[in-house]
Design a protein around this ligand. Structure first.
Ligand SMILES: O=C(O)CCC(=O)C(=O)O
Length: 277
């Protein structure tokens, strides 16, 4: 994989496609996990609108099925994400998203033209210069085609530092057509919309949203991991989710070496402003 060219595409176009980010076995196992999770949630999800005729979704999936515990460390994806938003990038959320072959869209729910979480990905930069704050990743579990609802992307629109009219469909979009196993990575500020599925089978996909390490976002993304799952996760997966020591950024703390930091007593940490409670 040529990391530099994927990063260059993300910077220029606002998106890139990594073929074979998942092996065929991983695609199969993930597909099965998606089916199991959707079936487990179906009764409630139908009532809440999380699953509907046109769209099946599942939210906050990391802790909901063992296949997803480590999934979001996907090495080819993380190489690119870390280049774009820093080595300490956090996994903020992950979802299942399956437009169904009805040839119709729900109102909003990603079908409208949008950017992701504009409060911090676009609005701070209006009239200024784009700065990447978050990356959205879609793993295709089936081939993404124009017919089955491949995502629509407006290349270069992340540089506009503007939020689009959700009801509009300006010219200049491309479809993220990609074979199963691909990861489509886009800058959260790119204008995009879910395609409508005019095909004859569901468009299976798993999505994740990564943010810069110093951001908090708007949901309590740590507390959606069930307490019994936390100890099962690898150290790296816990770190990705944000279970990590967060030394405050006072100058007297920054002056300490990792060894000195590790040796601090609770009383010393209290004085230095650590979150000890
Ligand atoms: O599933 C898709 O094609 C698009 C999803 C989307 O727009 C989003 O997650 O923001």
């Amino acid at each position: 994989m040529n990391v530099e060219s994927h990063v260059a595409e993300l910077e220029r176009d606002g998106y890139t496609v990594i073929p074979n980010a998942l092996s065929p076995e991983e695609v199969r196992a993930t597909y099965q996990a998606v089916e199991e999770l959707l079936a487990a949630e179906e009764a409630i999800a139908r009532r809440t609108g999380t699953q509907s005729d046109n769209l099946l979704t599942a939210h906050t999936i990391v802790g909901k099925h063992p296949v997803f515990y480590e999934f979001f460390l996907n090495p080819p994806t993380m190489q690119i994400v870390r280049q774009m938003i820093g080595d300490e990038a956090l996994l903020y959320d992950a979802n299942i998203r399956i437009p169904m072959p009805t040839g119709a869209a729900n109102k909003r729910q990603g079908f409208q033209l949008h950017v992701d979480r504009e409060d911090y990905t676009v609005l701070p930069f209006v009239e200024g210069k784009h700065f990447p704050m978050a990356m959205n990743v879609t793993w295709c579990l089936v081939d993404f085609t124009i017919e089955n609802g491949a995502t629509l992307l407006w290349p270069g629109s992340h540089q506009s530092c503007r939020v689009p009219d959700p009801e509009s469909r300006p010219p200049g979009y491309v479809y993220a057509e990609a074979p199963a196993g691909s990861a489509v990575i886009w800058d959260a500020a790119i204008w995009h919309a879910s395609g409508i599925n005019h095909g004859d089978s569901p468009r299976y996909a798993v999505l994740a949203y990564y943010i810069r390490s110093w951001m908090r976002g708007k949901t309590d993304s740590l507390r959606f991991i069930p307490p019994d799952v936390r100890p099962i996760l690898s150290e790296e997966a816990r770190h990705l989710l944000g279970f990590r020591p967060a030394p405050p950024d006072y100058s007297d703390v920054k002056a300490l070496s990792p060894k000195q930091l590790a040796a601090l007593t609770v009383e010393e940490k209290k004085v230095l402003g650590f979150a000890i409670y």
